[in-house]
Design a protein around this ligand. Sequence first.
Ligand code: HEM
Length: 473
Amino acid sequence: MRVLPSFQVCRAIVVPKQDSGSFTEPTTNHFVPLLPNDQTPEGNESHEQNISYKIKIAYNFHITGSFKFVSSLLSYDSGLFLTIKGVVMARYGQSWKDVRRFSLSTLRDLGLGKKSLAERVTEEAGFLCSAFKSKGGRPFNPHLMINNAVSNVICSIVFGDRFEYDDKNFLKVLTLFEEILKASTGILTQLTNVIPTLIHVPGVASELFRAQDNIFTFLRGIITEHKATWDPNLKRDFIDAFLEEVEKTKGDPNSAFCEINLLMTVGDLFTAGTETTSTTLRFGLLYMMLYPDIQNRVQEEIDQVIGRERKPTMDDRANMPYTNAVVHEIQRYSDIIPLGVPHKTSRDTDINGFFIPKDTLLMFNLSSVLKDESVWARPYQFYPEHFLDADGQFIKRDAFMPFSAGRRICLGEQLARMELFLFFTTFLQQFTFFIPRDQPRPMDGLIIAFILETPPIKGENTMNEDWEEEQLR
Ligand code: HEM
């Protein structure tokens, strides 16, 4: 493995497919405009090749769903080959393009970027605050409740439904995300990554894919229900819109709109739309507990601009530079997806003197940009002033790229930004968060999983375990 140093825009850890002999030694700073997917030639590959993607098991098992589902598509040849559909892990090509374009336009049709969706988010934030209030000021861990509320936003777009915070089935699904993240750093994953043939040992695959399998069973149930009640004249949600495309393109062997792709895309939106935003929000609350002065300043701004009664709207953001800066700093400092999503060069590539051969796995070191010492005044501190000018006005920073960049930039960025601002502002409008007096100060460090996790917060844990057990019983 060779680490390419000092990129101006985005840095990459490059993992050569075979030998590293073909790499030239970097000598100067290099500019990398997020490489591989932007440069893939379109064209004469077969449909099957277009959707196949070679990648190491450590990444496969996070994202691609149940082993049973993909098992027939697995083969072994100095690594694992999977046929992957959906958006997140789909190989750059026509199928990915069609599904990404469709997903973006359907999300817009269903309210993304419009007032109606912002109102849905504020409504959900209100439900969540009521659930917080029901704790009567006692310490508790808001982990699952926040996940549930955030997930409800993407669920209402994709499934046309939300789930109550005490819905036992849904809470079980939410705990599966954590299982997946924990397993991602587990010993079995590491071993399988080093010795991919292990996947063929009976029991290994089912253990690795157990949680995904359960998530996909849940999603299959929802899709089956939709199919049973589908009315072509009524577009209730994303699944209905996708079913319409499946119907329209029936008989076209090259169509991306097949049922497997429906399941994978719904899985992508559901998982990507739940864990990322809720983890960021939990980091936000953690930082507010750790830095009460910053929390006070946000609350003062909320009092001035919104007051205590009116619900926050997206229009408020322009008048709230400090809060906006804090929300950005939460994302910069928590840096929850430090290595982005892995990509692969689909042809030999030459970038400013680097030769990167075809089929090289690339991981983008987003962390090196979000914590770049030459850009940020205090890269390793929580410092909202990173996003404020001398007059206290909000400033955009080029090196703020938690959503990555290029053609594969996060599809849900707009939704995530809206959710972060509205949830966070609603929380601080209604509550002050602090560490229980008898508890030690939690760390502001990170737990490494595929995405980074908040550390356990002791005082909250006690309550949470009771609460979670109570909910799941
Ligand atoms: C704070 C919240 C979020 C963060 C930090 C985040 C970050 C990211 C990152 C780093 C990538 C990889 C980009 C790349 O491959 O270079 C990504 C991809 C993606 N995200 Fe997000 N994301 C967030 C929220 C969401 C939400 C709410 C959705 C749901 C709509 C979503 C859907 C996706 C999808 C579908 C992709 C794959 C895009 C593609 O490959 O074309 N994300 N996200």
